[in-house]
Design a protein. Sequence first.
Length: 104
Amino acid sequence: MSKFAIIETGSKQYVVKDGDVIYVETLKGTKGVGSKVNFDQVLLTADGDTVKVGTPTVSGSKVMGEILEEGRDDKVSVLRYRQKSRYMKKKGHRQPYTKVKISL
């Protein structure tokens, strides 16, 4: 069994290992590409046979990350249509993201 952790950021939970690259919601208060990020909402850590489960978080555990990229995802089109009433609306949405490389 390898070393991994479960972190929470942006109201979502991620299973991360050392060297993983994950896409998370935009992180506020960062200094941009190349800066370090500290994820302190660690819900579970596992290192070999040792597993620590938090209530709700594991105290003293931190997961570090480095910001590789900030951007916006592909466009998602939303179409509202009502037949026989000449009603059609088209909207688009691009979700902002932050690409982070994890180091445990």
